[in-house]
Ligand binder design. Structure first.
Ligand code: COA
Length: 318
């Protein structure tokens, strides 16, 4: 079968070719270090695989990664059943091999394999940087995506929150968050959220820049988690559970303050339908169509609700 799991040596070799797509501004050696550290993270050790589509002679034609995420599906009686969903990342074909259908065959092969091995199959998601057509061929449905941007270049007026969240408190922060009221949703583990913080740590070290003082904040019953994306000068809100407009404003103002102090330019929140009306009333929040990272979902079983009804918080991005 031409679909195989990469060995550690093959993963390291793949890093040298994928650097062209995702390495900047890191050197090849720094990018290899980033990849090695991320693969060693507990979330990856638990449920990450690197897949290769190979020729008969063993030549590597295309590659991608899969990450396991828990998902929850509402049944007829209203209760939720936990299942297995997967996020696909880093789909890559070398320049001289492109346009021959290798990425498409890899995507089809991986989905078939996940259908076969998932103990409680639910879905596969991805965040496309190349638009929808390539992945639509393999059964993925795209979900129009909007972002909210808040300027962090000026210090905002302080809007008090109850407390900041330290990276050791992520599990408790997730536990106090209200789950989406959607019929199907993916929910990150504390380990998955920490993987975003590991990216932050790696970039902070490699690019010699300060890290944000906190990875989230709490006000009343509302909670936000965030992390730095140093390459773009952004603080991205990974999860936002705001119970009312005042809490949304307090949490996002705190995010801007934390971003500003870390030398970042902008706070970015990935729109979720339920919370959007609250964020819309936050002064200075601007809604923009997302550039890249288009959410797409492929069911691994019959009976999933339409992809359009699935919330995609930034914490799910890989
Ligand atoms: C995207 C990529 C994986 C496609 O690999 P491939 O083996 O050439 O894919 P296939 O031959 O199966 O399909 C090619 C299709 O992908 C589309 N595609 C490739 N790159 C694209 C891009 N940057 N924007 C939009 N579509 C793109 C092509 O238009 C082509 O469609 P067509 O056959 O209708 O002309 C490859 O171009 C690549 O590695 N790019 C750099 C890394 C990257 O951006 N990965 C995707 C991250 S979501």
């Amino acid at each position: 079968m031409p679909l195989v799991l990469a060995t550690d040596a093959q993963k390291a070799q793949r890093d040298t070719v994928t650097h062209a797509a995702w390495g900047s501004p890191l050197s090849v050696a720094q990018y290899q270090e980033r990849e090695a550290r991320l693969r060693a993270h507990p979330w990856c050790r638990e449920g990450m695989n690197t897949w290769l589509w190979v020729a008969d002679d063993g030549a590597e034609l295309a590659s991608c990664e899969t990450f396991h995420t828990d998902s929850f599906l509402r049944g007829a009686d209203g209760t939720f059943t936990q299942g297995d969903s997967y996020a696909i990342a880093s789909v890559f074909t070398e320049d001289h091999l492109r346009g021959r259908g290798y990425a498409t065959r890899l995507m089809d092969g991986v989905a078939a394999e996940l259908e076969r091995v998932a103990p409680r199959p639910h879905s596969v998601v991805l965040f496309s940087d190349v638009g929808a057509p390539l992945y639509r061929r393999s059964g993925y449905v795209d979900v129009p995506a909007w972002d909210w941007h808040l300027d962090a270049s000026q210090v905002p007026g302080r809007r008090p929150v109850d407390s900041g969240i330290a990276e050791t408190d992520v599990a408790a922060a997730l536990a106090r968050m209200q789950r989406p009221r959607a019929p199907f949703y993916l929910w990150p583990s504390a380990s998955q959220v920490d993987w975003h913080l590991e990216r932050e740590r790696v970039y902070a070290e490699l690019l010699a820049r300060p890290r944000p003082q906190t990875c989230g904040a709490v006000v009343g019953d509302s909670t936000a988690l965030w992390s730095m994306v140093a390459r773009y000068g952004d603080l991205v809100v990974l999860m936002l559970d705001a119970r009312d407009a005042a809490d949304a404003e307090a949490l996002l103002t705190e995010a801007r303050r934390v971003a500003h102090r870390a030398g970042l330019q902008r706070v970015v929140w990935w729109e979720e339908a339920a919370t959007a009306p609250l964020v819309a009333s936050v002064p200075g929040a601007v809604r923009v169509q997302r550039d890249g990272s288009l959410p797409m979902l492929r069911p691994l079983r019959a009976g999933l609700p339409p992809a359009l009804d699935v919330p995609f918080p930034r914490a799910l991005w890989v």
